[in-house]
Design a protein around this ligand. Structure first.
Ligand SMILES: Cc1ncc(C[n+]2csc(CCOP(=O)(O)OP(=O)(O)O)c2C)c(N)n1
Ligand SMILES: [Mg+2]
Length: 1061
């Protein structure tokens, strides 16, 4: 289409553009002022507007025939120079100023083919080229245009034609946007999947709706040109309105409901439209249909088998959504075909056993034996219920004959909590394979409808999906949308139309599909897999289904959903429906179908028989992330020793100098940072480190050993307290950064430091998942302030604290939790150490035996390690110890704030060199130890308060009478070292001093353990703040007064005289 003519028609209030294909496109509504008089020339600003609208129209229409003519050779401009630039706007009025581009384009087109422009232009250019005088080249040709028709009639017809085309375009768009609202998604046919029975007025559900568009029944057989934004025509460029509506209905309003028009990327929208609109796309070969039927047989008969054998056992069956099994298998097949080698899955309870059996292909007897209540657990730990355990399996994908690894991540009951964990593990697996685009490793997350809509961590996880250091390059989400959550109706469970609306925030397409149409489900799953592979973005498949039984098999659903369940009881199972269809169309015979069923039933029966021989349950066989070579063949640590964590001095010096420099040339850093780097250099020269430098040295030395280090959390790159500066920013080149840690050694592991989204639950879960993938990485998550970790409490309680006990899975994640009472208010003071300590599994009352490897074996027995270091050197060692240990344990480090810059909180290289290691306890090293019998009081403390105590003791001149002993490792409790300390001062008061309130901090944890050491013969007095509801005061003065008060008590040697304990 070449836009060839603009004219202003008499009193039409609009501008017309005539096109060679005779479609006349009006610009409506045009305000009067743009068309003030008949045939009046539009000039100046009006014309400018007109022309820009013209271009906008052309761009919007994107008709394949639209040509934006490019400037060609200069010689061709001669005419225009003569005509346009020499002639005045007054003499050739319509050629004035700003429409010259348009006319120019027209002219080029005319030069190439005079017939490509309107007759009037042809005449005009001919006259112009022939040298017509200024102002006379243009002869208005309305006469020829209007010759055969009267003006009114022509205009009317043209207007109608244009309006009808626009109406059809709008209609197509309406289906693309809102067709899903009327799609037949609910297999029960009783609930609207979007929770709204309202039918959008712009969908042609009845013939009278045509009126919405100014169309009429009589227009149904008129033929319309299809816009480029639809593929319903296939190879045809035009279709009758009747056919258009039919095809739109079949694409958008049958068993698939597509939500994608909110996606900002036109190419992605076009891709989806093409995949679903192209006529005949949803066709399957007989072979594919038979495979689908066989998969449905397995899915259905597996549940039937369990129901028959263990009718009163909870299993959270899949009945009502059996299609989920072929759906997952289709996604995996397609992904494998496109190069995926490893699929990591996370899912809730519903249908989990079926997934284990029929997707991951766990041996059936291993599943069945779990129903035996007498089965003993071979592994230590508490274990978990069968529908929480994880799985890892390598096998050949039958559809593609390629190797595939499948892992189902173990999870707690806490719905959706596993989502970020799966993402973190997926990211790590991609990272270690160098799979930067996610072409080899991918994740699939399954969700229940109520949980997907209700749990905030779903949103947090979606927000990680496109962040460079967190993206897994697209996740396929599958929702088992059984339209109920336990007993709760979706109308009471969410405010969004669909349970999947959360995915819209990341522009993920959402494919709703009626789960009773297995072929539609398969089609959608194939497209979801292709989408991920094409765009590396998330996609949601919403399986709209039902739940045949109660929430679990013991539950009576009729109590609360009587009508729904009446319908469900009448519902023909999907397998029967599909089998009947395939038998009816001759794809399979009844006999073949029955044989398929009998074959699978036999498989189940045989496995059941074998399962009875199993006497012992090995939870290890349910490990989702094995670490080959890390443990011995029995899955035990290879030793019970820990290599020393000190390193050679030249390494310290080297790391110190890199940490003080800018490894890139012409890189201008901030002057304030230059000062910091200079100070680091000074420290290195003086053989001392502060907190940040100690951390640098720990990370840097591990990198040299080939250990990947990842530090993630809010603002970790600079450090909340502006102390770290691991990413340098060029002050003159935008976005130019440098990470000196990655310039330490020629051969080193990569260092990842990444500011995260403002999420704790999501990001901590992610890092836990990352740490799961390999034991040879130090994965650290830092809270902005320790106080905020409780928004990730679920990850801490359900995974970090108890993960190993439940799933025999080690994890060495490090939590860095800034902690310290510094008058910063109730939410910037406490990492709540009491909570971590309360969850520590060491027995306060059991006095341990001190074996040769007590320190390491105590660590092996514990569920996590809680430390509160008071020196940079100790922080350095404890980070390195994480990797030196022959096993992995989560490490909770309470990190300082003011100590980051405290002049006393520095360590000498001497404390970090080879031979030195982490000190669980730092005993008194001053004059008090010289004559211990003179010591009247031993104050045990941990962390920052030590520095307050040292200062106060000096002020009060009590250095000979009061000993200060620091607990650096709080849990597991260093019984052995503290016993020595207590025995060193037999006549002294024993005091626990903490800056936290009495009902928080460490006191409740240490008190019973101290008492166990002294066999309850000596009291442990408490010195610290009073009990309080909030973890800290918001009032600076109150803070200082309470500090003063407890310091006074700490050094009042009579404070506890005569007191009972
Ligand atoms: C965070 C959390 N809150 C509450 C529960 C208790 N609970 C278990 S299943 C369930 C309903 C889940 O509904 P839905 O997500 O639709 O899954 P369905 O059981 O229908 O497959 C609830 C509330 C839970 N497991 N986790
Ligand atoms: Mg549900």
């Amino acid at each position: 289409m070449v836009i060839e003519h603009i004219c202003c028609l008499k009193r039409c209030k609009c501008l017309w553009i005539s096109c060679w294909d005779t479609v006349w496109l009006p610009f409506l509504p045009f305000p009067d002022r743009l068309c003030p008089a008949p045939h009046e020339t539009i000039t100046g600003l009006d014309l400018l507007l007109t022309m820009s609208l013209l271009r906008l129209l052309a761009a919007t229409l994107k008709h394949p025939g639209i040509q934006f003519l490019k400037n060609q050779d200069v010689a061709r401009k001669v005419f225009l120079q003569n005509r346009l630039y020499v002639s005045s706007g007054a003499t050739e009025p319509f050629l004035s100023g700003s429409n010259s581009n348009y006319v120019e384009e027209m002219y080029y087109a005319w030069l190439e083919n005079p017939k490509s422009v309107h007759k009037s232009w042809d005449l005009f250019f001919q006259n112009g080229n022939a040298g017509a005088p200024s102002g006379q080249a243009y002869l208005p040709d309305h006469s020829s245009l209007l010759q055969s028709h009267g003006l009114t009639q022509t205009a009317y017809k043209a207007e109608k034609l244009v309006e009808d085309h626009l109406a059809v375009q709008s209609l197509i768009r309406a289906y693309q946007i809102r067709g899903h609202h009327v799609a037949q998604l609910d297999p029960l046919g009783i609930l609207d999947a979007d929770l709204d029975s309202f039918v959008p007025s712009d969908l042609i559900t009845t013939i009278d709706k045509l009126g919405f568009y100014g169309l009429h029944e009589s227009d149904l057989d008129k033929v319309f040109r299809l816009p480029t934004t639809t593929f319903i025509g296939g190879n045809e460029a035009t279709l009758s309105l009747r056919e258009i509506i039919k095809r739109l209905e079949s694409t958008y309003c049958q068993h698939v409901g597509l939500e994608f028009m909110f996606i900002n990327d036109v190419e992605q929208c076009q891709w989806i439209r093409q995949k679903f609109e192209t006529p005949g796309v949803m066709k399957f070969t007989n072979e594919e249909k038979r495979t689908l039927l066989a998969r449905l047989v397995r899915s259905m008969r597996f549940e039937d088998f369990l129901a028959r054998k263990w009718s009163s056992e909870k299993r959270f069956g899949l009945e009502g959504c059996e299609v989920m099994i072929p759906a997952l298998k289709t996604i995996i097949d397609k992904s494998s075909e496109m190069g995926i080698e490893y699929v990591i899955m996370g899912m809730p309870h519903r249908g989990r056993l079926n997934v284990l059996a029929n997707v991951i292909r766990k041996e059936l007897e291993q599943i069945f034996c779990q129903f035996d209540p007498k089965l003993e657990a071979a592994d230590e730990g508490s274990g978990d219920v069968k529908y929480h355990l994880g799985m890892y399996h390598e096998r050949i994908n039958r559809a593609t004959n390629k190797k595939i690894t499948l892992s189902l991540v173990a999870n707690p009951s806490h719905l959706e909590a596993v989502d970020p964990v799966v993402q973190g593990k997926t990211k790590a697996e991609q990272f270690y394979r160098g799979d930067t685009e996610g072409k080899k490793v991918m994740s699939i997350l399954l969700h229940g409808d109520a949980a997907f809509a209700g749990q905030g961590v779903v949103y947090e996880t979606f927000h990680l999906s496109d962040l460079p250091s967190y993206t897994t390059n697209g996740t396929i989400h599958v929702v088992v949308n059984n339209q109920i959550g336990f007993t709760t109706d979706p109308r009471m469970a969410r405010s969004s139309p669909y349970p999947t609306d959360v995915a819209r925030v990341v522009n993920a397409p959402i494919f709703h599909v009626n789960a009773d149409d297995p072929e539609a489900v398969m089609y959608v799953c194939n497209i979801a897999a292709e989408w991920r592979n094409t765009f590396n973005k998330d996609v949601v498949v919403d399986l709209v289904c039902y739940r045949r039984r109660g929430h679990n098999e013991m539950d009576e659903p009729m109590f609360t959903q009587p009508l729904m369940y009446k319908q469900i009881h009448k519902q023909v199972p999907v397998l029967k429906k599909y089998a009947d269809k395939l038998i009816a169309d001759g794809t399979v015979t009844l006999q073949e179908f029955e044989e398929e069923i009998a074959k699978y039933d036999r498989i189940c029966e045989e496995a059941y028989t074998r399962s009875k021989d199993k006497k012992i349950l090995h939870i290890k066989h349910w490990l989702d992330s094995p670490w080959p070579g890390f443990f011995n063949l029995d899955g035990e640590p290879k030793s019970m020793t820990c290599t020393p964590t000190g390193i050679a001095e030249d390494m310290l010096t080297h790391i110190g100098s890199v940490a003080s420099s800018v490894p890139l040339e012409d890189f201008k850093i901030h002057t304030g940072l230059s000062r910091i780097l200079k100070a680091r250099m000074e420290m290195t020269k003086n053989r001392v480190v502060d907190w940040a430098l100690a951390e640098y040295m720990a990370f840097g030395s591990l990198l040299k050993e080939g250990i990947h280090v990842r530090l993630s959390g809010q603002d970790v790159e600079r450090g909340t307290f502006s102390h770290r500066h691991h990413v340098l920013h060029d002050q003159e080149v935008d976005k130019r950064t440098c990470v000196p840690m990655n310039h330490l050694w020629e051969q080193q592991a990569p260092y990842t430091v990444c500011n995260s989204s403002l999420s704790e639950y999501g990001v901590l879960g992610f890092e836990l998942g990352f740490a799961m993938a390999s034991p040879n990485a130090l994965v650290c998550w830092e809270a902005q302030f320790g106080d905020f970790h409780n928004t990730a409490q679920c990850i801490i309680d359900q995974f970090i604290s108890s993960g190993q006990a439940k799933w025999v899975r080690h994890n060495g994640i490090v939590l860095l939790l800034p902690h310290g009472m510094e008058g910063m208010g109730p939410e910037h003071s406490s990492a709540r150490p009491e909570r971590f300590l309360q969850m520590s599994n060491d027995d306060p009352d059991a006095y341990p035996e001190f074996s040769e490897h007590f320190e390491v074996s105590q660590l092996y027995e514990c569920n996590w390690i809680v430390v509160n270091c008071s020196t940079p050197a100790n922080y350095f060692h404890v980070l390195r110890r994480q990797i030196s240990l022959p096993f992995r344990k989560p490490l909770i480090i309470l990190t300082p704030k003011s100590l980051l810059r405290h002049p006393e909180a520095k360590s000498s290289f001497d404390e970090m060199v080879s031979g030195r290691s982490f000190r669980r306890v730092i005993p008194e090293e001053g004059i008090a130890v010289e004559v211990p019998s003179e010591v009247k009081r031993v104050i045990f403390c941990t962390g920052k308060v030590y520095y307050d105590l040292v200062k106060e003791r000096k002020n009060q001149d009590l250095e000979g009478q009061v000993a200060l002993t620091r607990l650096e490792q709080i849990s597991p409790f260093p019984f052995d070292l503290l016993k020595e300390e207590l025995e060193r001062y037999p006549g002294a008061d024993l005091v626990w001093c903490q800056e936290e309130h009495k009902n928080s901090g460490f006191y409740d944890y240490v008190k019973p353990r101290f008492r166990t050491i002294v066999n309850h013969t000596r009291p442990i007095w408490y010195v610290g703040r009073e009990p309080a509801a909030a973890s800290a005061t918001g009032n600076k003065n109150t803070h200082m007064v309470s500090l003063r008060k407890f310091l006074d008590t700490a050094f009042n040697l009579e404070a506890f005289e005569g007191k009972m304990f």
